[in-house]
Design a protein around this ligand. Sequence first.
Ligand code: FAD
Length: 378
Amino acid sequence: MSDPDFIVLGGGLVGSAIAYGLIRQGKRVTVLDEGDVALRASRGNFGLVWVQTKGLGMPAYADWARLSVDVWPEFAKELTQRSGIDMNYRKPGGFQVALGEKDMEARIEVIDKLRAQQGAEGYDCEIVERKRLDNMLPGLGPEVVGGTYCPHDGHVSPLRLLKALHKVIADSYRPNSKATAIRGSAGGFQVDAGGVTHAAPKIVLAAGLGNLPLGEMLGFKLPVRPQRGQILVTERLPAFLDYPLSGVRQTEEGSVLLGSSREEVGYDNSTTPDAMHTIAGNALRIFPRLQHARVVRAWGALRILAPDEFPIYQTLPGHDGAMVATCHSGVSLAGAHALCFAKYLADGALPEHFTAFHSRRFDVPKASYELVDPDHHA
Ligand SMILES: Cc1cc2nc3c(=O)[nH]c(=O)nc-3n(C[C@H](O)[C@H](O)[C@H](O)COP(=O)(O)OP(=O)(O)OC[C@H]3O[C@@H](n4cnc5c(N)ncnc54)[C@H](O)[C@@H]3O)c2cc1C
């Protein structure tokens, strides 16, 4: 059998969305995926398809995140048709609510800065007073003073999304295939995985935190770190929430997801009573009705974060055929990865404005990217 055009390393949401996009472009692809022992953010996230607080400090990322939520409906429709899997994607708009005046002021400041950065045309998020919130989010607690609403936000079942992607890339997908060595030569790359050597002219490193050791195999030190987030899930409740919030969303089945913490604890993805207590406490302040809901599941998962929390897309130094794609927000960006990023790869080059996502941005003094919103969630 002839070699594929691309080997995609990693079959999480990022690798699978890119692989799907490459296949759509008529490319032959092999996806190598490690399997159940790997750290996999794609199986532990909150399921928001979100843009409202994204990109403060990097206009290119605010634009990219917006592009992705704009193409998500088309992406979801096509993926549902091709896979036969309903991913429960909904785009009613989303809220971030403020608990107290100080929180509200902080939110308004972020929105104002994003408006100034993106221009009124490029940024679409409104501040909503408590009275109006009550019409859209019934049952809010007394501490909620207001919030922000973005009509472009939505949510999806991330597990169904991953399942749908795996279904449409099934012919290309190789499970239990941890890449253990990569060799680059003038003709392309050879990758050892699962006892087999795969070869292709181009490779895409899309293995989440697994990109760190993979990058090192080609002499590249990727500046990303793990950050733990814990999530709680309640029993199924009668529908009460028509919109996703950044820390509370109700699934189609009725369960309510509560989250998520942001903890710098290295590669520890366990759950802790303290974080669970804080998450549940905040949720109760937002929706007191949840006090009688039973929590049926909790987990910890690791975000994949660059120092400024924005994505890194670039070819590796000395290896033009090796692309790295790593990001937080792999759910939100799945639309853009499949419909846009994969097309850039298939066409052979990233667009000019993607230089913003190169890791050389970390070579400049830290002061130039300190504008980042400390509270921007997935
Ligand atoms: C708590 C939490 C909440 C989140 N909430 C949201 C949200 O609401 N919305 C949103 O957009 N994003 C959210 N995210 C982020 C999102 O989950 C991630 O951006 C996304 O899952 C990253 O996908 P990935 O494919 O890069 O990495 P992963 O999911 O980690 O997948 C990496 C894959 O690579 C494979 N792999 C690793 N090493 C190798 C190797 N050597 N060879 C072959 N395969 C390998 C692994 O088996 C794995 O399948 C959240 C993350 C967390 C932790």
